[in-house]
Design a protein around this ligand. Structure first.
Ligand SMILES: CC(C)(COP(=O)(O)OP(=O)(O)OC[C@H]1O[C@@H](n2cnc3c(N)ncnc32)[C@H](O)[C@@H]1OP(=O)(O)O)[C@@H](O)C(=O)NCCC(=O)NCCS
Length: 158
């Protein structure tokens, strides 16, 4: 049982589907993760397999995979200090497996295993998914070294 399920907001049967295993990433999952990213399409994880592996397994990173009959049907990636703060970078579920509770279970699993007290994140496409958790909403920012908006190039830390 996942300790955080109850206060994250859901205890129904959708989250307890025995045909799916929620396990830490192993090297054999990498092709399946990249396949899911290609379908989305999420370009960051597609270009360089070794870089993707490093990103998903680096220090302080927790990556949990949802596996059904040996096939990757979802994954979540979170970075944490292991005690207080964490940041959720990616959660992705196969298109034909959505709305079955897999995304929510992935977030609960990674949160529970991380040891963190809270998760911060930004989202463009999935606000309703994150609103389904116990949460507060603030402003979110992503800072780049440089950012081009229309014709204008803005420098960040220079
Ligand atoms: C966002 C995503 C991970 C959700 O995964 P999922 O397995 O479908 O989510 P769940 O089934 O656990 O949904 C839990 C709850 O979130 C809400 N929710 C999820 N997807 C939703 C949608 N498209 N529209 C409205 N509410 C949604 C619902 O309240 C849902 O509960 P319900 O189905 O009982 O109504 C999945 O849609 C996905 O992979 N999207 C593309 C990638 C993406 O945008 N990731 C987030 C990047 S920040």
């Amino acid at each position: 049982m996942i300790p955080y399920i109850e206060w994250l907001g859901r205890t129904d049967d959708k989250m307890i589907d025995d045909s799916i295993r929620y396990i830490p990433i192993e090297r054999r999952h990498l092709d399946g993760i990249i396949r899911l990213c290609k379908m989305e399409p999420w370009p960051s994880f597609i270009k360089d397999t070794e870089l993707t592996w490093r990103v998903l397994t680096g220090p302080g990173v927790y990556t949990i995979v949802a596996e059904e009959n040996g096939k990757v049907v979802g994954f979540v990636q979170l970075q944490t200090d292991g005690a207080i703060q964490s940041h959720l970078s990616n959660v992705l579920v196969a298109k034909n497996r959505r709305r079955k509770g897999i995304g929510k279970r992935l977030v609960c699993e990674v949160f529970s295993r991380s040891g963190a007290q809270r998760i911060d994140l930004i989202t463009e496409d999935a606000p309703e998914f994150y609103r389904s958790f116990a949460h507060k909403e603030w402003y979110g920012f992503r800072i780049y070294p440089q950012y081009k908006k229309g014709d204008r190039l803005t420098n960040g830390c220079t």
